[in-house]
Design a protein. Structure first.
Length: 301
């Protein structure tokens, strides 16, 4: 097996957690896969995978090597397929997962444009902010805000979202308006946390060129963007969200911006997808369409 195929095999084993499943997916014998990885480890002079009869675990060196392989082979695949004109009519099922807000306010109102251009692509769109296993769940890509934490996925930036801290008029009447971030200790927030329960998100402000985190008291916590905004509308505390999510509420006075003279860090938005030996053309054209859509929305110049 040549070096390129060995790297593709290594990536597939890590993603699937199994020599047998990876070998089956690549249509090669299990013994060939085992021998190829042994040869790869010998040439590198280090162990990439620890394996038993039931489990495959990536080593520390293997993880670093894997991350570089994903990036390099992803770019190599892009280089080849970007000049290919052989698939001018992409088709098939494309499964996408995104936050509900992005689905309802940005993607779905414009998805007819994509369908008109690529009528033979069938879209299956799920909404949520949970961490999904793209490979095992058969999802082609996800749209996520924040800095990507999963180094096994390829990330393409869609936009940078300006954020705003705001609260309802009723909340302001009760707790007053802070004039400096240091006064936030007297205030309440609606707490937002990840579905895994591992991450609690603070309010953030840029002070003297440095991002400062503020953890406020709270009596309610949510892990859904719509519930987050709804809680603020009912006066339960301060929230920090991308401005586009609450533009109408701010315009109507249902929410009031707090500390507007102190900037909130922008929130990056990316489309994430797993490395594949050959990216489906339907995924490639969808990502290209998404990038143009978000540029039109957030960077029209």
């Amino acid at each position: 097996m040549d070096r390129l195929n060995s790297l593709q095999l290594f990536i597939r084993i890590v993603q699937m957690g199994s020599f047998s499943q990876a070998a089956s997916a690549l249509n090669i014998p299990r013994a060939t896969a085992t021998y190829a990885i042994k040869e790869l480890e010998t040439s590198l002079g280090t162990r990439l995978l620890d394996r038993t009869t039931r489990h495959v675990r990536i080593t520390h060196d293997g993880q670093a090597f894997y991350e570089r392989c994903v990036r390099l082979l992803g770019e190599l695949d892009n280089a080849f397929t970007s000049v290919s004109q052989s698939t001018r009519d992409p088709q098939g099922v494309l499964r996408v997962d995104m936050h509900g807000t992005h689905a309802t306010t940005i993607v779905l109102p414009n998805i007819h444009e994509f369908h008109a251009k690529y009528p033979h692509i069938e879209l299956v769109i799920s909404s949520g902010d949970r961490l999904v296993d793209l490979v095992r769940e058969g999802i082609d890509c996800v749209i996520r805000a924040g800095t990507p934490r999963d180094s096994t996925l390829i990330a393409r930036k869609l936009a940078v979202l300006p954020q705003v801290v705001c609260a309802s008029p009723g909340y302001i009447d009760t707790f007053g308006t802070p004039s400096h971030p240091q006064e936030l200790s007297k205030h309440k927030e609606v707490r937002f946390f990840s579905r895994s329960g591992m991450v609690r998100y603070p309010l953030q402000f840029t002070i003297k060129g440095k991002t400062e985190n503020f953890f406020l008291e709270s009596w309610i916590s949510v892990n859904d963007a719509e519930n987050y905004v709804t809680s603020a509308l009912h006066g339960y505390g301060l929230i920090q969200v991308p401005r586009f999510h609450v533009e109408e509420a701010l315009r109507q006075g249902a929410l009031i911006e707090v500390l507007p003279e102190w900037s909130s860090p922008d929130l990056p938005l990316s489309v994430l997808y797993p490395y594949r030996e050959h990216m489906p053309q339907r995924l490639r054209v969808f990502i290209d369409w998404l990038r143009k859509l978000y540029k039109r929305k957030f960077d029209p110049a």
